[in-house]
Design a protein around this ligand. Structure first.
Ligand SMILES: [Zn+2]
Length: 263
């Protein structure tokens, strides 16, 4: 992984967020030969599947990598919760017919007549949480085939908008219940009870807590991160900041006021 070294905390932060957006941190990156050639799109849906066999994630990756196979998913989850990522998250993955451009696609090892294992359910919950945090995917069951949210392959019929195969069961009756009643609700729950803090939330919490670490605070206020998101001046005017920064306050304020991105 390359690290941006440019003396600008804001740029470095955005770079790292970009990596997290394209690569699920819990997966081993094992790109298909066609990775990088399918085009990138805004992902507004997450769709769960079954591989249909008991073969491992690695075996499924080899199948998708075959020169005569032109379908694939974004991620493949093994029985034990191990996970391979074979395409960048924003790249088109050909698994969902009309939704292939807008959906992150998750293959889960196993047949359509068995449930996901506990390890697979845990992994799918974590993937769903990551996907909703890093892509504009609504934390809900898709209300329609072309609306944002989470779903499963045959959710809108077989054949239907997400599959051309008549009678397809993917991911299978027991697994559909798990997606609908366990995995999707876990994302809604994580949203309502423990919203993921943004960097701005974290920094603002630091300031309102009144920590005496003036060096950290000065660093925060003088990185372009604060100027760009429009909160630097607000932060400077918060109660106690002048006292906290002491003699540094005027110079920090002057530095911000002369910055090119302010106002
Ligand atoms: Zn499927």
């Amino acid at each position: 992984m390359q690290v941006a070294v440019c003396g600008d905390g804001g740029v470095a932060l955005l770079y790292l967020q970009g990596m997290s957006k394209e690569r699920y941190p819990g997966a081993t990156w094992a790109p298909l030969p066609e990775s990088g050639t399918h085009g990138t799109y805004t992902k507004t849906q997450l769709i769960f599947h079954s591989t249909g066999t008991t073969a491992s994630a690695s075996a499924n990756r080899r199948y998708f990598a075959s020169s005569n196979v032109d379908v694939e998913s974004t991620l493949i989850v093994d029985y034990d919760g191990g996970c391979l990522q074979i395409m960048e998250a924003s790249e088109k993955a050909d698994a969902n017919t009309t939704a292939s451009r807008r959906a992150i696609s998750v293959e889960v090892v196993g047949t359509a007549d068995e449930p996901y294992t506990a390890a697979q359910v845990a992994r799918c919950k974590d993937i769903a949480k990551w996907a909703c945090e890093n892509h504009p995917i609504a934390r809900r069951q898709c209300p329609a085939h072309d609306e944002s949210g989470l779903g499963w392959h045959v959710m809108f019929g077989a054949p239907g908008p997400w599959t051309t195969v008549s009678g397809k069961e993917c991911p299978g009756p027991k697994r559909i219940v798990q997606v609908r009643d366990v995995i999707i609700p876990s994302v809604r729950l994580s949203s309502s009870l423990t919203p993921a803090p943004t960097q701005e939330d974290t920094d603002m919490a630091f300031i309102t807590r009144g920590s005496g670490n003036t060096q950290y605070l000065t660093d925060l206020l003088t990185t372009k991160r604060w100027i760009r998101n429009g909160t630097a001046l607000t932060a400077l005017k918060a109660d106690g900041i002048r006292e906290l920064l002491g003699a540094e306050y005027d110079s920090v304020l002057a530095g911000l006021a002369s910055g090119p991105d302010i106002l």
